[in-house]
Design a protein around this ligand. Structure first.
Ligand SMILES: *Cc1c(COP(=O)(O)O)cnc(C)c1O
Length: 230
């Protein structure tokens, strides 16, 4: 494909996702524009990202600190006003790099990371919004804190002065996600948190019906990723 058709395809995919979001907002009787679309650009290079920026998308997400450090400083310099969200697991030794680069962190999931982020924010002088990731399906291999550990982790994060704005989840694969979205919504409400980061390419409309404030959409905007890169 030449550059023009890439750009066209990206703009069309963005329009389709925005239409889906608008439809779900309307069905759920939620205000138009109340859901934030985070374009998940992991594994995609600057050439693939530029057409989405040209089409007006300004909020992007990555799952690896190093990959984001390699790609985004140049793109941001060229396109002011971009917000960058970290949606992948964060090692404590990368907390400073993450705080320096990202505007929001969706993967706060343990006590040691609360400490590392609080220290990093004090040192760097930036305070990215934090979402606590909940292991909503109690899966062994998944990131996120156990539901039972959420109250203590949230209290610790608030005591440490972290700007906790909401909860995030990735429901189990290949099962109906709605019950998990409903549960995350309830947990957020119980704890007085406004943000619900939930819903991906296959289920963002369902997530919006159930209260998502931030949807994380990759494949529906960029096309398929090579599986080995996830
Ligand atoms: C990759 C990823 C997404 C986007 O997934 P798609 O199915 O491509 O939309 C969303 N959230 C997280 C945490 C991810 O790692």
């Amino acid at each position: 494909m030449n550059g023009d058709s890439d750009e066209m395809a990206a703009a069309e995919r963005l329009t389709a996702v925005r239409d889906g979001i608008a439809r779900a907002e309307q069905v759920a009787r939620r205000p138009a524009g109340s859901v934030e679309l985070i374009a998940i650009s992991k594994t995609h290079d600057a050439e693939a990202i530029a057409p989405l920026i040209a089409a007006g998308q300004r909020v992007f997400g990555e799952n690896r600190v190093q990959e984001a450090q390699a790609k985004w400083p140049a793109l941001r310099a060229a396109h002011p006003g971009i917000a960058l969200h970290l949606v992948g697991q964060l090692q404590s030794n990368k907390a400073e790099d993450a705080v320096a680069l990202f505007d929001a962190i969706h993967s706060l999931d343990r006590s040691s990371l609360v400490e590392a982020l609080a220290k990093a924010m004090a040192k760097i002088g930036r305070r990215p919004d934090c979402f606590i990731q909940v292991n909503i399906g109690a899966e062994d291999q998944k990131g996120g804190c156990a539901i039972a550990d959420l109250p203590a982790l949230l209290a610790q994060a608030r005591d440490a002065g972290l700007p906790v704005v909401g909860l995030m989840c990735v429901p189990p694969a290949d099962v109906e996600p709605a019950p998990y979205f409903a549960l995350l919504d309830k947990l957020a409400r119980d704890h007085g948190l406004p943000g619900r980061s939930m819903g991906m390419s296959g289920d963002y409309e369902t997530a919006i019906m159930l209260g998502a404030t931030h949807v994380r959409v990759g494949t529906a905007l960029f096309g398929a990723r090579p599986r080995a890169m996830e």
